[in-house]
Design a protein around this ligand. Structure first.
Ligand code: A2P
Length: 220
């Protein structure tokens, strides 16, 4: 949770955010949309160096590798700012040590929204920790729903049609090889989860690791 205590406000305004920087990093990155009259982001977008931001002591979340069984491929399905937790995980060596292939999908309405992820992935090759690990292992698939683009459609559509697997050059999703993490809006999470379940994958937790997890703390 991060928040601010705007001047004159009775109490702080707190919201659940995913930490977008890797677990080993000394600084914390957050990725957010800006809502002009949003209770928090209308203030957050104006903060300057030296301003105070409130950060909850304990971080919570369900998108953790320990809640997944070992497997061959790890899918990370994201829409909009739901890419934030994956921005962290794709910079974590543990991700590449556990899986042979990592497929990050990012679906947005418009092209400009893809920039954050595209720049991040581009910069990974120079990353001192994972630079050599990502080569040939990380596949970044982007699609748009409201503008012309080489790959068009929601992640749910691409999964149902099988176009995602064709594009990635991988077999159809199956519980023997594939592990999945999902982050986006509540509707996206629920719809994507329902499709992943039709492939035979079951939801895991820290106490009972299985084949997929969804973000429960964060709504993008
Ligand atoms: P669409 O443009 O067809 O609504 P949002 O900003 O609303 O969270 O949307 C981000 C992206 O997620 C958009 O590309 C949007 O597609 C897509 N999306 C919205 N709802 C769902 C859903 N229930 N399942 C899959 N994708 C979704």
């Amino acid at each position: 949770m991060i928040g601010l205590h705007p001047e004159g406000a009775k109490k702080p305004i707190m919201r659940a955010y995913s930490i977008a920087s890797p677990s080993w990093d000394e600084k914390l990155d957050f990725y957010s949309i800006k809502v002009q009259d949003g209770p928090l982001t209308s203030h957050l977008q104006k903060i300057k160096e030296g301003d105070e931001v409130i950060l909850a002591k304990k971080s919570v979340g369900t998108l953790v590798l320990d809640a997944l069984l070992p497997g061959k491929r790890l899918y990370m399905f994201s829409t909009g700012t739901g890419i934030a937790p994956f921005a962290s995980l794709i910079r974590d060596p543990d991700t590449y040590e556990r899986y042979e292939q990592v497929i990050l999908t990012h679906t947005c309405r418009q092209k400009a929204e893809l920039s954050y992820g595209l720049n991040l992935v581009k910069g990974l090759k120079e990353d001192p920790l994972v630079g050599e690990m990502v080569d040939g292992k990380l596949l970044h698939i982007t699609s748009l729903t409201r503008e012309e683009y080489p790959l068009k459609g929601r992640i749910t559509t691409l999964l149902e049609s099988g176009q995602l697997f064709e594009n990635a050059g991988v077999p159809k999703m199956n519980p023997q090889e594939d592990r999945v993490m999902i982050c986006g809006s509540m509707d996206m999470i629920n719809d994507t989860k329902a499709i992943v379940e039709t492939f035979g994958l079951t939801e895991g937790s820290n106490s009972k690791p299985a084949e997929f997890v969804v973000e429960k703390a964060f709504v993008g």
